[in-house]
Design a protein around this ligand. Structure first.
Ligand SMILES: Nc1nc2c(ncn2[C@@H]2O[C@H](COP(=O)(O)OP(=O)(O)O)[C@@H](O)[C@H]2O)c(=O)[nH]1
Ligand SMILES: [Mg+2]
Length: 444
């Protein structure tokens, strides 16, 4: 099947956007630059730890080209190419002395390889540990002696450690198969395991790594598919650790089965976080230098929806988050960029071009943007506001919450703007964001 690609959707959006040609040119240049970015992800770990299962769970492997190594020295490392996403599946240690020596040599070589720009080829190494084995000795050997010494300068930024097979970490006990999640006992066991792995690595190398645990799930002949657990958390870790410019290349290649991404520890809304990461890349690297500011959502509406469909709910609406939810009536969210004010106004049945929204947008674009910390504040706002609104929308008493926000913050802010007390307005708005962000944690 020939899928439409995310970059193509973005390109179409740019071409048909209602913005000056000069801005289109800039956006296209930025987009072309991003299109050339390749991610090289190495996945390593002991044979049987679940590398293949993990790759299959995360990515849409049907289109993967398998690179067959002809060179006996590199034959052990399998290469998969999914557009700009390149996976290197490399055995870790534990296959006997001779094989281990060869694997170590191959990994070291790969980690030191440079791309055609003279930069390190491998962006990120994901080390997979088998959570069901007690003896992680060879894995520590792999991490502490083979990988970490060969990561170059910013070691912490190039390695992730993930403990797989969380379901059978206590031989299947305390795993709730119905809910597909660990019971408290197993949770504690896994948390401790993560802490002890962290400690062992820190002691041996001084490098700080926070391992996560998950289950890649599995399918056995004649049995029901066991779904992954914390797969979205794993993806969140991977995306966050990937250089910003390269992140969009994941979008086209994620596993489209929504079921795969559903079960996780719920400590964060991982899918929303991933979505935010992609959004940040669009904002910082596609829109860079182009004067479309608040129009970002209206320009990339289609690409946003497209991304939502393509990745089976992982990315959700991406850029058009608010737009999508409102079923088309709202050009606001992305278009206007005042998520919270828009939500409040909408709740009061006010139009997108109402007096309040217009004032707030003017405040943002004509005053705040020109303040030394303005850009940063606005950028932070784009990161957090959609999440806040999304949470409020789920609350049974959202009307009360909007009313409270309006009385406590927006009305006084508007009064400040009218009196030309911009600094006070900024102060109160910032305070509101901070408070809502903190309160949001209590809403789950
Ligand atoms: N119970 C359970 N089994 C798993 C999980 N991940 C992988 N497996 C099983 O572990 C075995 C080895 O997995 P595989 O992906 O081939 O490991 P690789 O050698 O590292 O590529 C297979 O039988 C998988 O079905 C998991 O999360 N839970
Ligand atoms: Mg394998």
């Amino acid at each position: 099947m020939n899928k439409e690609k995310f970059f193509d959707a973005m390109e179409k959006d740019i071409q048909s956007a209602n913005i000056p040609e000069s801005e289109k040119t800039k956006l296209m240049q930025n987009l072309l630059h991003l299109k050339e970015q390749k991610i090289n992800l190495m996945i390593t770990g002991a044979t049987g730890s679940g590398k293949s299962s993990t790759i299959n769970a995360l990515f849409d492997m049907e289109v993967a080209k398998v690179g067959v190594g002809v060179n006996p020295e590199t034959m052990d490392i399998a290469k998969y190419e999914l557009d700009n996403l390149i996976l290197w599946d490399s055995p870790g240690l534990g296959d006997g002395k001779e094989a281990d020596n060869r694997h170590a040599k191959n990994i070291i070589k790969k980690l030191n390889e440079l791309d055609n720009k003279g930069e390190l080829l491998i962006d990120l190494v994901l080390v997979i540990l088998d959570g069901s084995t007690r003896d992680l000795g060879t894995s520590y050997e792999l991490i502490n002696k083979v990988i970490i010494p060969n990561l170059g300068e910013n070691k912490e930024q190039r390695i992730l450690v993930a403990i797989n097979q969380a379901d059978v970490a206590m031989k299947g006990r305390y795993w709730n198969y119905e809910k597909n999640q660990p019971e408290q006992k197993l949770k504690e066991f896994l948390d401790e395991k993560a802490v002890s792995v962290k400690k062992r690595i820190k002691e041996a190398t001084g490098v700080d790594i926070d391992p996560i645990y998950y289950s890649a799930g599995f399918k056995e002949e004649g049995e029901e598919q066991q779904k992954p657990y914390n797969l979205s958390k794993l993806l969140y870790y991977i995306v966050k650790a990937t250089p910003e410019e390269k992140r969009l290349s994941y979008i086209d290649n994620l596993n489209e089965e929504e079921e795969m991404w559903k079960d996780d520890d719920g400590l964060k809304d991982y899918r929303a976080e991933v979505q935010q990461s992609f959004f940040t890349t669009v904002k910082e690297h596609v829109v860079k230098g182009a004067e479309i500011g608040g129009k970002i959502g209206s320009v990339f509406g289609k690409a946003g929806e497209f991304a939502g469909k393509v990745v089976g709910g992982v990315v959700g609406g991406l850029i058009g988050i608010r737009k999508k939810k409102s079923g088309g009536g709202r050009s606001s969210g992305g278009g206007g960029g005042c998520y919270i004010t828009t939500a409040v106004c909408e709740y009061q049945n006010k139009q997108d071009d109402c007096y309040e929204l217009t004032q707030f947008r003017k405040f943002r674009d004509e005053w705040l943007l020109n303040q030394p910390d303005g850009k940063e504040l606005i950028s932070e706002y784009y990161e957090t506001a959609p999440q806040i609104v999304e949470q409020i929308e789920k609350l049974p008493n959202k009307g009360e919450v909007y009313k409270h926000i309006n009385e406590q913050y927006l009305t006084p802010c508007l009064a400040y703007i009218e009196n030309n007390q911009m600094l006070q307005c900024k102060k109160l708005y910032t305070e509101m964001m901070h408070n809502l962000y903190e309160e949001k944690k209590l809403w789950h």
